[in-house]
Design a protein around this ligand. Structure first.
Ligand code: SAM
Length: 203
């Protein structure tokens, strides 16, 4: 069900993406996760969107911002070829005002006393992130691969920021959410049953 073509086509048609989408089976975010973040973006009209890992998510969120007439996606991508590929789609659709893909190779980063491979960039907003989408780094590279996202971004989130974690049915992502909630008890957690699981956190 994750890569259900009809669900992707429905999103593609809704957003008017007639010139193709950067879809890669098993690597692109699932269509059901995409549906959740697209609906949220169109409804909440976030001004600053931050995302970990670029691709289909970047293109669809950028198009939502264009439809909304407001918003910008900053996407961190560790793989140069994936960053270039996403930029190509952003250019193809004339969405350069709505998304920036930052090539940020992973580097050793100590977070809460543990060393992680994490995106190397200082080029992220100081404050005011309204939507945080976490679909990288890849889970296989290290234990609790996406844990750093919240400790590193938390001081930069707006009061009403909503956080979307993909692959949340995995053991690591469940452990990550437990650790985040222990550290930030004000966070409410809403788990959505999708093919890979989606955790939504908000204050
Ligand atoms: C789960 S993918 C998600 C990418 C993006 N959010 C999307 O929906 O298209 C996470 C990361 O895997 C890497 N990746 C993407 N496609 C890949 C592939 N075919 N093989 C290996 N790694 C890939 C990229 O670095 C990407 O940032």
């Amino acid at each position: 069900m994750t890569d259900n073509p009809q669900q992707y086509h429905a999103l593609q048609a809704q957003l008017g993406l007639r010139h193709g989408i950067p879809f890669t089976p098993n690597w692109s975010a699932g269509a059901d996760f995409m549906r959740i973040i697209v609906d949220a973006c169109l409804q909440n009209r976030p001004k600053q969107i931050m995302e970990c890992s670029s691709g289909l998510t970047t293109l669809m969120l950028a198009r939502c911002c264009q439809i909304n007439g407001v918003g910008h996606v900053i996407s961190l991508e560790d793989g140069l070829q994936y960053a270039d590929n996403t930029r190509g789609y952003i250019d193809r659709y004339g969405l350069g005002d709505y998304a920036s893909v930052i090539h940020a190779p992973l580097q050793d980063t100590v977070v809460d006393g543990t060393n992680y491979k994490w995106y190397s960039t200082d080029d992220i907003p100081e404050a005011g992130i309204d939507m945080l989408v976490i679909d990288g780094p890849s889970g296989f590279i290290q234990k609790n691969s996406r844990y750093p996202a919240l400790p590193l971004f938390h001081p930069r989130l707006s009061e009403h920021c909503v956080i979307y974690l993909d692959d949340a049915a995995r053991e690591d992502e469940q452990a990550i959410v437990t650790l985040w909630q222990a550290r930030y008890p004000e966070l409410k957690h809403d788990f959505r049953v999708t093919a890979r699981g989606c955790s939504i956190l908000s204050r």
